[in-house]
Design a protein around this ligand. Structure first.
Ligand code: KIV
Ligand code: ZN
Length: 565
């Protein structure tokens, strides 16, 4: 197998470009975008799309904002031909969208493509021919001269057919396939010849020269060098759009495309979530959102990314990976406690961050605002046994409106962690709430409050009297309560009648959850034990005083079980 006198692999030779400019540039404007999701075979899907699904996909691409969509290889199959016809005949193409059809440099195929395009208001004929030595020699048994001649002949045919449709806006795109494996001088020569053969490119209606990395054989910087070199050498640069078409064989299609945009390209072809042959084409969701995150308006709307993801997964039958940039289920989620804490703090300080950093969004661990992509806030922080107290409190605050005092967070965090350890998986926010209720609102213990309705003293209304009705280990007791206010009277009553000592209550937090008549009071009471430890109890009721005394009973039950353990 192979020649053992040469190494199996070698570092690809780049071009000599010592004055390269792209490394010190920035991308300051959006490229134009072309989706190639719907090419024949629908970009290598195991189960190609039915016509109905293909139409739904096309409409989704239009909704996102693509203005150029490669819809088919019309001459390759009846299905693709019919789909192109259907778009035109049923008026599915928005007024500002160009459909594009792929075709090889073959006479009958070009004719058939034009048949498919009849009546298309705006269309791009995408002609390609392989230009690498490898392809020309091994696949087509051609040399450079014959390849160039075939390309020129086909472009002249395209020109004639386009001229026969004067009422339609027919543009040309030419791709020297395997551009990045082609001798740069030959790519330039064939593209210049194509330009001449087309003969009608203008700044307003430019020829698209699509320079593909058909297989990602080179590091991204070499693609960028080739693009900068080509842009510098092409003689009619102002009348062509330089287009990128990166494949992802080495996992660097996004990087290669970004560097090549720095190098001067104007346009990008790719697919949603990187569908396409082998490892796919460049992922336009990632690329466009990268640019958006740097303040570049891409013209593409990913605020409906959840729906886009759901639709593409349903139509293609291929799942999106959990950690897929921007779209994956976990990409705006923090499991680790320190990350959760940092995110929570950052989200609360957006205003001060804006002043310090001069941008409206600067949050630890989140490079963009998930809500820009329609991601839901409450799913930002997810809980498992690695999660911290801050994240747990955040979940209760975001999803249940509970603002637990900070001093309570460690105790709650420990309880949630113990539960999460015991179930050995990520837990839902409903489970976090259940842990909170079970441990802090209704903890098991000897004491159960039945009722306590204090009333003001007739002479001094700041002084209260009341009866506490409670069960102690199942036995009913009525206790007299007198004191300066309902809570103090309650605590005094318990101390004096039941001998409950060993704790003090200095202060407590209360809040209303909900509004108006539906509001519920929550009270969080810290019991300071004689040894300095703090134990929290929580109570809830429609009445704030009732919530407070329930919280005290919860705290006492927790104190008791702590003493037992
Ligand atoms: O990857 C490629 O080279 C292509 C061409 C047809 C443009 O898809
Ligand atoms: Zn391709």
């Amino acid at each position: 197998m192979g020649n053992t006198n040469v190494p199996k692999y070698a570092y690809p030779a780049g071009i000599d470009l010592p004055e390269r400019k792209w490394p010190s540039k920035i991308i300051s404007r959006s490229p134009t975008w072309c989706s190639v999701d719907l090419r024949d075979g629908n970009q290598a899907l195991p189960n190609p799309l039915s016509p109905e699904k293909k139409l739904e996909y096309f409409q989704l691409l239009c909704e996102i904002g693509f203005k150029e969509i490669e819809v088919a290889f019309p001459s390759a199959s009846q299905d693709d031909f019919d789909f192109t016809r259907r778009l035109i005949e049923e008026n599915h193409i928005p007024a500002d969208v160009f459909i594009m059809g792929l075709v090889q440099c073959r006479e009958q195929l070009i004719e058939r493509t034009f048949e498919a395009f009849k009546g298309a208001p705006r269309a791009i004929v995408h002609v390609y021919i392989a230009t690498s030595e490898l392809h020309m020699r091994q696949v087509f048994n051609l040399d450079r001269k014959k390849t160039l001649a075939a390309a020129v002949k086909s472009i002249k045919q395209v020109r004639a057919l386009a001229d026969s449709m004067p009422d339609n806006d027919i543009r040309l795109q030419f791709s020297p396939e395997e551009f990045t494996d082609t001798d740069p001088g030959f790519s330039l020569e064939i593209c210049e010849a194509v330009f001449d053969a087309w003969g009608k490119a203008t700044a307003e209606k430019p020829l698209i020269l699509n320079l593909p990395a058909t297989v990602e054989r080179r590091p991204p910087n070499q693609y960028a060098d080739l693009i900068e070199w080509f842009c510098g050498k092409f003689t009619r640069r102002d009348k062509v759009l330089i287009s990128l078409h990166s494949h992802n064989d080495q996992g660097m299609a996004v990087a290669a495309t970004e560097l090549s945009l720095l190098a001067g390209a104007d346009r990008v072809e790719g697919t949603l979530f990187g569908h396409g042959e082998r490892t796919g084409n460049v992922d336009l969701v990632t690329l466009a959102n990268n640019l958006q995150s740097r303040g570049i308006d891409t013209g593409l709307d990913f605020s409906i990314l959840e729906r886009i993801s759901e639709t593409v997964q349903r139509l293609t039958g291929m799942p999106i990976y959990y950690r897929q940039p921007y779209a994956g289920e976990y990409v705006f989620t923090a499991f680790s406690g320190s990350h959760q804490d940092a995110i929570r703090k950052g989200l609360k300080q957006l205003d001060s961050a804006a002043n310090t950093f001069g941008m409206g969004w600067k949050v630890p661990y989140l490079h963009i605002d998930p809500s820009d992509l329609g991601r839901e806030f409450e799913r930002l922080i997810r809980i498992n046994s690695q999660s911290g107290k801050g994240g747990v409190a955040w979940v209760l605050e975001q999803e249940y409106g509970l603002e637990l005092p900070k001093a309570m967070h460690p105790e709650l965090g420990r309880a949630v962690q113990a539960y999460s350890d015991s179930v050995g998986r990520e837990i839902t926010s409903a489970e976090v709430f259940a842990v909170f209720e079970k441990n802090f609102v209704n903890p098991q213990g000897s004491y159960k409050l039945i009722s306590y309705w204090p009333r003001p003293d007739e002479d001094d209304p700041t002084f209260v009297h009341g009866e506490i009705l409670l069960e102690v280990n199942g036995e009913r007791k009525t206790i007299r309560a007198n004191g300066n206010g309902p809570i103090s009277a309650f605590v005094h009553g318990l101390r004096e009648s039941l001998g409950l000592t060993g704790f003090a209550i200095d202060d407590y937090d209360e809040q209303a959850v909900g509004k108006g008549a539906d509001a519920t009071a929550y009270c969080y009471v810290p019991l300071r034990l004689d040894d300095g430890r703090i134990i929290f109890g929580a109570g809830t009721d429609t009445n704030i005083d009732q919530a407070a005394v329930k919280a005290i009973i919860s705290g006492i039950n927790r104190m008791e079980s702590l003493a037992k353990n």
